[in-house]
Design a protein. Structure first.
Ligand code: OAD
Length: 233
């Protein structure tokens, strides 16, 4: 049976594709305030601004491509059972061709009904505006988990993480919960790798190998290494 690799990705894996991270010095949260665009209160207060923020992200997504890190994770499937848990709302793992992707914080290319959260529609890279309605006649909203909202897929993500033989953490500051807490669910003998060019933000992870590199170089190198390990078994 193939070993199970759980991959937790954050904004850093898409940085070299040209998508801004959130908390780096030129990140999105320098340009916008979270409270203005990424909370349910913001949506009630100023839906036009919230829609505009996600419309911009969606339009930009149409013009970028997966990078070497996304592609390397697809190669890893040759010899491992790879499950990606991403905090990213972009679709770059899908476009690279990964088989299993769980979007903890939602997806930019989808919208949902404000009357029934189960009513989710694909909209690709188009914009939505005020007055755009679902089939029940209520306003459409971005299919995004905003700050303060429940994270519906966290249970599934933690159950997956409990089965990890290897955990790869790529390009995330691990500043946002409950996503960051997933790292605590790995079994005791699980090997953990963290790929990030920034300072190590967390000291609480045991068995950690910190690879201080950008995802575009660190991930392909790590994938080569893991693929050659199974050659040696
Ligand atoms: P952050 O912006 O908090 O962290 C990005 C991480 O990527 C940092 O640790 C950077 O050092 C690292 N990084 C930058 N360039 C990189 C590169 N080329 N290769 C690898 N790593 C690189 O983003 P997240 O941790 O993803 O949620 O943020 C988590 C959540 O906070 C997001 O999903 C979003 C945000 O607010 C919501 O909007 C709900």
């Amino acid at each position: 049976m193939k070993k199970k690799v759980i991959v937790l990705t954050g904004a850093g894996i898409s940085a070299e594709s040209g998508i801004k991270t959130f908390r780096d010095s030129d990140g999105l949260w320098e340009e916008y305030r979270i409270e203005d665009v990424a909370t349910y209160d913001a949506w009630l207060r100023n839906p036009a601004l919230v829609l505009e923020f996600y419309n911009r992200r969606r339009t930009q997504l149409a013009s970028v491509l997966p990078n070497r890190a996304h592609h390397a994770l697809v190669m890893l499937e040759q010899k491992y059972d790879v499950r990606i848990i991403t905090q990213n709302v972009d679709d770059l793992h899908e476009r690279a061709g990964s088989s299993y992707i769980l979007h903890l914080h939602g997806e930019l290319t989808k919208v949902r009904s404000t009357a029934n959260p189960e009513l989710v529609t694909d909209i690709g890279y188009s914009e939505i505006g005020q007055g755009d309605k679902c089939s029940l006649g209520s306003q459409l909203r971005p299919h995004i988990v905003w700050f303060g909202e429940a994270v519906p897929l966290i249970q599934e993500a933690s159950e997956l993480t409990m089965q990890a033989d290897i955990l790869l953490v790529i390009g995330t500051s691990l500043a946002v919960y409950p996503a960051a807490g997933l790292v605590n669910y790995v079994p005791a003998n699980c090997r953990i790798f963290l790929v990030d060019p920034g300072d190590l933000q967390v000291q609480w992870i045991k068995n950690l190998e910190f690879i201080r590199e950008k995802a575009g170089t660190g991930v392909p190198d790590l994938v080569d290494r893991l693929l050659s390990e199974t050659d040696n078994n």
